[in-house]
Design a protein around this ligand. Structure first.
Ligand code: NOJ
Length: 557
């Protein structure tokens, strides 16, 4: 397996709006990031993935871009950005930018031109269709609710938007558009960025003819994924992008790919003819979803998580590469979902960290995860800001007449604002995030959970992460080792090994509040204790031992 810097790296995701506000307007900004480079350096991460900082009307917090070459006013200037990049590079931190090119903003000049008339030269940058018997051209639903089509009065046709109405999908069939995308990628790579996280990149190729989706319920809008997920020309476009742009730079790529299976992962990240270095899949995030999908959160089973993770680990071993994440700006806080955000918050946050970081792949830490930040439970819908959440609430309450408490409960569990509350730096006003009024309320638990406190406590979650990051630099088995699952049927304990040359690591994690017995084959006895989240742990692995609530212990044999 080839050696690559991004295999040996740990990535830290910054959601700039919520990271650190340097000018008191209540919105995080680029200078705010630069102020915190020493903090990131202390943690020891290698790469920052920065969510979009481009010019945007912020319908979807920067994932709707109106100028790919400009910095959003609220975030600062190009000079600020250059200073930040220089600071990162001086600290040995690489920068991966977000590339959002499945869609643009409807305020992008391409779109304002395109909608002027059917024969405008930019018309073909987007996807336009005539109405079908006074209805949208097909029955596809948008990810953010309602139809995926919006009627444009001025030019009398519908345009496609898989996300919000203000995020029209770009037409990748058009070679000119593709060249524009490659140019803007070069623009940033030439400025020194070290790679891209590619937003919903496997949605860029739509099946010609845009057929109606299969009707599975009585909603007027249906899931059209069969006609745009990993579409017919997806790989062709990505090969072109690699050939024309990426192959000329030492850049890392991670593609966000909804619905990706381990088979897709193996193909798309293959070292020889893959299209990205790694991808973000969602299968493991979906273990908590019931038949009703994302907003139908249910009790989850550890055996499901094991099945999914094990498949990704074994399928990609030796040929492809995994990304490892439990949190990002679209997901709830992992300690609230997979751990315990009350009594065992610290233990479970550490357990999840170790369990994830010892898997094979590149680990991602989402801002605040290293502090064990938790979900937020606002009881007034007015406190939420996320477009997806608000659209859903509106549809469920206003259109379907559902009980508001029930809907709020779903938001508490899965809403994206859980991860977007401001970063908790100190126990001062607004958690030290801003001197102004934060754009989204801070989580009330910042007196207890904040970076200053974590930095002054050697047993904090922060230093636990720091240690995991350090170990990655020291132990080749972490990068190269194969993965084997033990105790497959156990609903409380997740135990696996990683082996490389003559080293074996045993990772035992208790995902429950129960005290559990850990019984292992005698061949795994001995070794030395490497990582643990309780104080008094045996120095050597014994084939019979106990696992306390959310305990994790890692031995090296
Ligand atoms: C995925 C991004 O992570 C999410 O935040 C965004 O809303 C959609 N793509 C649309 O860009």
């Amino acid at each position: 397996m080839a050696q690559q810097w991004w295999k040996e790296s740990v990535v830290y995701q910054i959601y700039p709006r919520s990271f650190n506000d340097s000018n008191g307007d209540g919105i995080g900004d680029i200078r705010g990031i630069t102020e915190k480079l020493d903090y990131l350096n202390e943690l020891g991460i290698d790469v920052v993935w920065l969510s979009p900082v481009y010019k945007s009307p912020n319908d979807d917090n920067g994932y709707d871009i109106s100028d790919y070459r400009k910095i959003m006013d609220e975030f600062g200037t190009m000079e600020d950005w250059e200073e930040m990049l220089e600071g990162m590079h001086q600290h040995g931190i690489r920068l991966v930018m977000d590339l959002v090119v499945n869609h643009s903003s409807d305020e992008h000049a391409w779109f304002t031109e395109a909608r002027k008339s059917k024969d405008n030269p930019f018309r073909e940058y987007y996807i336009w269709r005539e109405s079908k018997e006074d209805q949208p051209p097909n029955n596809w639903g948008s990810f953010f609710g309602g139809s995926a089509w919006e009627y444009d009065e001025e030019s009398e046709e519908y345009f496609l938007h898989l996300f919000s109405k203000k995020q029209p999908d770009l037409n990748w069939e058009n070679e000119k558009l593709r060249e524009e995308v490659y140019d803007l990628m070069k623009f940033w790579l030439d400025k020194g960025v070290d790679g891209f996280r590619m937003d919903v990149i496997n949605l860029i190729s739509k099946t010609p003819g845009l057929p109606d989706a299969e009707v599975t319920d009585d909603s007027p809008y249906q899931w059209g994924g069969d006609y745009f997920v990993n579409g017919p020309k997806f790989v062709e476009y990505m090969n072109e992008m690699n050939e024309k742009v990426l192959s000329k730079y030492d850049a890392m790529t991670v593609g966000e790919m909804p619905m990706a299976t381990p088979e897709d992962g193996k193909k798309y990240t293959n070292e020889n003819d893959g299209i990205v270095n790694m991808l973000f899949q969602f299968e493991h995030m979906d273990v908590t979803s019931g038949p009703g999908g994302k907003w139908d959160q249910q009790a989850w089973k550890l055996t499901d998580l094991k099945r999914i993770i094990s498949k990704w680990q074994t399928e990609l071993h030796g040929t492809g590469w995994n990304s490892l994440y439990m949190e990002n700006h679209d997901q709830p806080r992992s300690v609230s979902v997979f751990g315990d955000d009350q009594e065992y918050r610290v233990e479970s946050a550490k357990m999840l960290a170790a369990w994830l970081h010892f898997l094979q792949g590149t680990p991602y830490i989402y801002q605040g995860q290293e502090l064990g930040m938790t979900n937020v439970y606002f009881d007034d819908i007015k406190d939420y800001e996320d477009i997806e959440t608000l659209n859903m609430y509106n549809e469920e309450i206003v259109e379907k007449g559902r009980n508001p408490e029930e809907v709020l409960d779903a938001i508490h569990k899965k809403g994206r604002d859980n991860a977007r509350t401001p970063m908790q730096w100190t126990d001062e006003k607004n958690a030290g995030f801003t001197t102004g009024t934060p754009w989204l309320k801070v989580n009330g638990n910042y007196h207890e959970i904040n970076a200053r406190k974590a930095l002054s406590d050697e047993n904090s979650i922060f230093y636990f992460y720091k240690n995991l990051i350090r170990l990655r630099k020291e132990l080749p088995v972490l990068i190269h080792g194969n993965y084997q699952l033990l105790l497959e049927e156990n609903e409380n304990l997740y135990v696996y090994t990683r082996s490389y040359q003559d080293t074996t690591l045993v990772i035992a994690a208790n995902f429950s509040k129960e005290m559990c017995e850990l019984n292992l084959p005698e061949t795994l006895n001995g070794g030395k204790l490497l990582v643990h989240n309780y104080h008094d742990v045996a120095n050597q692995l014994q084939n019979e031992s106990n696992m306390r609530p959310y305990e994790v212990k890692v031995y090296m044999l």
